[in-house]
Design a protein around this ligand. Structure first.
Ligand SMILES: [Fe+2]
Length: 347
């Protein structure tokens, strides 16, 4: 058991002192919602029509494989209309329990990627020198190493045909595909992605969250702002903390900025039973994990499979994840599933 003093020492060591250093040109652009909106929409148009031209053509050539059934069509329509959709009963509890049992063991054994906010922000060089209890005390999240190799049962979840069809039809092209298993630890206050943000202004990003445990307010659900995913002028009004010169909250967007434009009563929080699937266009405002009360001592970690779908950017660098997947598990895959294998390395 970690002492309170050690916990405080670790938290202090990674304490983030944000600096208000927004790019001055972007700051001006973002202060004029109509211009900010036009620039974002032009960039996304160029991403769709030019950067993803081949991916669009490929979808059209294989349109029969991607033909949605009535159930899938409903979820494509939900995504278009509101930016998110929730699917229940797509996976059975036994499968999800088995995955979480294996994930729990691997997390405790620290079979994890040497990454995370503190490493990527340069606050610490590595996660390697810490015990599980120490990481729990100061790290916002940890992710499993080679999840598709170490827990092959997640392959049928991450390559679920309905999910592949819903997202590809929603985007209108074949997006890139990557998969992670993530454990989020409770924090005393909203840090990093627990504050509102949009994932990208220049390309499509859709994320699929599959709960591995029952998610209530003590498990840090995701909160989403419906209809904020189109980069219309309205969605370009809320200003980031950095743009407003406020240093406290990581350069994300405060609840009060979002609430001025989108009433809190309309925000959606994805509580739900394990195995619930939430698909979100994360270019709409979202934050998570979002514990109902960050100070609640009963708060616990959240385990999630997250499948990331991204379009290619017209302007920014495009990175392929090249995650590993066991060859013996791909042989029986359908033609549709195999299309997404190009984003993986078969081992
Ligand atoms: Fe995000």
């Amino acid at each position: 058991m970690l002492s309170q003093d050690r916990k405080e020492e670790l938290k202090k060591a990674v304490k983030y002192n944000p600096k208000s250093t927004p790019n001055p040109i972007l700051k001006v652009i973002r202060s004029i919602p109509s211009i900010y909106s036009v620039i974002c929409r032009v960039e996304r148009y160029l991403s769709k029509k030019i950067a993803n031209k081949e991916n669009k053509k490929f979808l059209e050539e294989n349109i029969n494989l991607f033909k949605p059934n009535k159930f899938e069509k409903t979820h494509i329509d939900n995504l278009k209309k509101q930016g998110y959709t929730v699917i229940e009963n797509l996976f059975n509890d036994e499968l999800i329990d088995l995955i979480d049992e294996k994930a729990n063991k691997l997390f405790k054994e620290l079979n994890i990627n040497d990454s995370g906010y503190n490493v990527s922000h340069g606050r610490i060089p590595t996660l390697k020198n810490f015990t599980y209890e120490e990481l729990e005390a100061f790290e916002q999240n940890i992710t499993l190493k080679d999840p598709l190799v170490n827990i092959t049962e997640i392959i049928e979840v991450c390559f679920n045909e309905s999910i592949l069809k819903i997202v590809s039809n929603y985007l209108g092209y074949i997006p890139s595909h990557s998969s992670i298993i993530m454990r989020n630890f409770p924090q005393d206050e909203p840090v990093e992605a627990s504050n509102f943000h949009k994932d990208s202004d220049e390309r499509d990003v859709v994320q699929v969250f599959i709960h591995l445990i029952d998610i209530d307010g003590t498990r840090g659900p995701l909160t989403y702002v419906p209809n904020s995913h189109r980069h219309d002028s309205k969605s370009c009004i809320p200003r980031t903390n950095f743009d407003l010169g406020i240093n406290e909250i990581y350069g994300r967007v405060s609840d009060s900025e979002v609430e001025k434009i989108y009433p809190k009563k309309d925000w959606v929080t994805f509580y739900g039973k394990k195995a619930t699937v939430a698909i979100a266009d994360v270019n709409g405002f979202h934050k998570g994990p979002n514990w109902d009360d960050f100070k609640d001592k009963n708060n616990k970690y959240r385990d999630t499979i997250r499948v990331n779908f991204r379009g290619l950017s017209f302007r920014k660098q495009n990175v392929t994840n090249n995650q590993k997947i066991p060859k013996k598990n791909t042989e029986q895959m359908s033609k549709l599933q195999k299309i997404f294998l190009k984003f993986y390395i078969e081992v």
